[in-house]
Design a protein around this ligand. Structure first.
Ligand SMILES: [Zn+2]
Length: 306
């Protein structure tokens, strides 16, 4: 069983990686008034009615770090620029991936995810880590070069694992993070450490957070989560019988096993709320459940569709 149609893994635009070093092509694309530029700032872009991103022409684009996002099947080239968003016009507002990542069409969800990821990296990696010299964007904004020592630096992505654990009765383990309000629950997650495989991280994180030993770790899918720079790797794992939960009180407020019927009843009664459909967690839980579930957290005060 694998996941399909994850909200932030739906991009349709060709990344045209070979064009990144073709300066003539890039210059021509930037002069073309049909080229679309997405301005992103602090993880947000302008959207019109939740339905589509608002692009500007290269001429209208503000000054800022520029990066090539790709080229559509119809030949339209897309760039991103990291710069303050302009004043939103009528029916337009600034929105984050959490808010609109699941409701934008495929093309726009992919472009916003790509642009936010690159902008987050440029915004926080401005100097050479070897000698502190300010770096210069290279490869159409997909790397950065140190002018002093010539070292090349690439965008950073932090792998994280997120896993649904089931017991021999096929009940799933849901937990409430100590930092979360009241009814929110989700599956367990954590970062992959240096020198560790994703599967090892699944086993370690489940044991650290709940005291449960898992086996049969299997991959179900992934999606980028550039908030600010994660790649979420989804897994399922089995908990052999005869174990009791011992939560790490610093990480989790509580954790327990839920049957399908028990979970559905608790969601309908408003006792629990699941992560929104923009998250891979929601999709892994529904993959186990066997269909859509009611109730969701709200993001930015707005309820999520889907
Ligand atoms: Zn350097």
């Amino acid at each position: 069983m694998t996941l399909h149609n994850l909200a932030l893994a739906r991009g349709t635009v060709d990344r045209v990686t070979k064009r990144r070093t073709d300066q003539d092509w890039i210059d021509a694309a930037w002069k073309d008034p049909r080229t679309r530029v997405l301005v992103v700032h602090d993880g947000q872009a302008l959207v019109r009615g939740d339905e589509e991103l608002v692009f500007v022409s290269p001429e209208e684009a503000p000054a800022g770090t520029r990066f090539l996002l790709g080229e559509d099947a119809d030949g339209t080239v897309y760039f991103g620029v990291s710069a303050p968003l302009g004043a939103p016009g009528p029916g337009v507002r600034a929105a984050s991936l959490r808010e609109v990542g699941a409701v934008l069409p495929d093309r726009d969800a992919g472009l916003l995810t790509h642009a936010v990821a690159l902008a987050n990296w440029h915004d926080t990696h401005v100097r050479c880590p070897l000698d502190g010299t300010p770096t210069v964007p290279d490869a159409a904004g997909h790397s950065a070069m140190c002018p002093t020592d010539g070292s090349e630096h690439f965008p950073r992505t932090d792998p994280a694992v997120i896993m649904l654990v089931t017991d021999p009765e096929d009940r799933c383990l849901l937990a409430r993070n100590a930092a979360w309000p009241g009814r929110r629950v989700s599956i367990l997650a954590g970062f992959v450490e240096p020198g560790e495989s994703a599967e090892q991280a699944v086993i370690r994180e489940v044991a650290e957070e709940t005291g449960i030993r898992v086996t049969n770790v299997r991959y179900v899918g992934s999606q980028p989560w550039p908030m600010p720079r994660s790649l979420m790797l989804g897994f399922r794992a089995d908990a052999p019988a005869g174990q009791s939960i011992a939560v790490d009180q610093e990480e989790l407020a509580e954790a327990r096993w839920w049957s399908r019927d028990g979970l559905l009843a608790a969601l309908r009664a408003g006792e629990l709320a699941l992560p929104p459909s923009v998250s891979i967690a929601r999709h892994i839980i529904e993959l186990w459940y066997g269909g859509p579930l009611p109730s969701t957290w709200t993001a930015g005060g707005r309820s999520q569709r889907g």
